[in-house]
Design a protein around this ligand. Structure first.
Ligand code: ATP
Ligand code: MG
Length: 267
């Protein structure tokens, strides 16, 4: 039995190859390292384990048995290649944007990959800013409410600035996230605020990715990370903005397990 674990800043993702050869995925919260360790110890002594991610060392200390360790970005890229092959979506050169707690961006070209950079605006921003402004703290609840909200009294669009004339860029682009709120004495409805936060995070991530794709000569951006889990609104914002800005967006199914899969594949 082989087990790959990506212990991230918020969630611990596990890819687990059972004796019959099937790959199963599961996750724990990173503040429940004990839960993950107990699950792992329950697998018995025969299981081989590979770890990656920022919380790999504390988890390793809890399980107190040998495990191999991988650099996170190596693991993530190898896991993504496996998922692309699984789904028949292989690409030669592409940009990979991982919207985790923070957002990191890589250029993958065949077997080579380079870290391009990232932004501190990510899934942690989505939950942190949401909790701070509306008091809603649970990811699923944030996403549910946001998807019923409206952004038009909060975000300033290009067409709001170019009143009565034709703007030089698409009028539906956001000119200023949250920039309309003071001007209109805008909405305080939690669902509207949350929709605008999803917009801010999604558009920032997409903008940075599209710039990086241009710089690397890649025409396609693959998006992964738990921020997209059951989060159709974020997917829509990110894919829409990426395509509006001239790149192709691919949302990789099970992408949040890339790091864990890469760790599993190393065994
Ligand atoms: P990093 O790679 O930056 O160390 P991570 O690997 O833990 O962090 P992910 O698991 O990819 O990051 O994504 C974490 C984000 O996913 C959270 O910030 C939140 O926006 C979102 N999320 C999805 N499901 C949950 C959940 N059940 N609990 C908390 N956050 C969740
Ligand atoms: Mg991660």
């Amino acid at each position: 039995e082989s087990i790959g674990i990506d212990a991230g800043g918020t969630l611990i993702k596990i890819a687990h190859e059972t004796p019959d050869g099937a790959v199963r995925f599961l996750k724990f919260r990173s503040d429940d390292l004990e839960g993950a360790a107990a699950w792992l110890l329950g697998r018995g002594d025969g299981a081989t384990v590979a770890l990656t991610g920022g919380k790999a060392k504390p988890l390793q200390a809890l399980i107190g048995r040998p495990a191999s360790y991988l650099v996170e970005f190596e693991a993530t890229c190898s896991g993504v290649r496996w998922l692309m092959r699984r789904d028949g979506m292989e690409q030669g050169s592409f940009l990979l944007t991982n919207v985790g707690t923070g957002t990191s961006i890589h250029h993958v070209d065949g077997e080579r990959h380079t870290r391009i950079g990232g932004t501190g605006v990510g899934g942690g921003t989505l939950v942190g800013l949401s909790a701070m402004t509306t008091g809603v703290r649970e990811f699923d609840e944030i996403v549910r409410l946001a998807s019923t909200g409206k952004r038009d009294e909060i975000d300033l669009l290009v067409r709001h600035i170019y009143e009565g004339s034709t703007p030089p860029i698409p009028g539906e682009l956001t000119a200023s996230n949250f920039g309309r709120w003071l001007q209109t004495g805008g909405s305080d409805r939690p669902e509207d605020v949350l929709a605008s936060i999803v917009g801010l995070v999604g558009e920032t991530v997409a903008s940075v990715s599209v710039h990086a794709a241009g710089q690397c000569g890649a025409s396609c951006v693959l998006y992964i990370g738990s921020s997209f889990i059951r989060n159709d609104l974020l997917r829509k914002v990110v894919a829409g903005y990426t395509e509006l800005r001239g790149s192709r967006a691919v949302m990789v199914p099970d992408g949040e397990y890339s790091g864990a899969l890469g760790a599993l594949l190393s065994l």
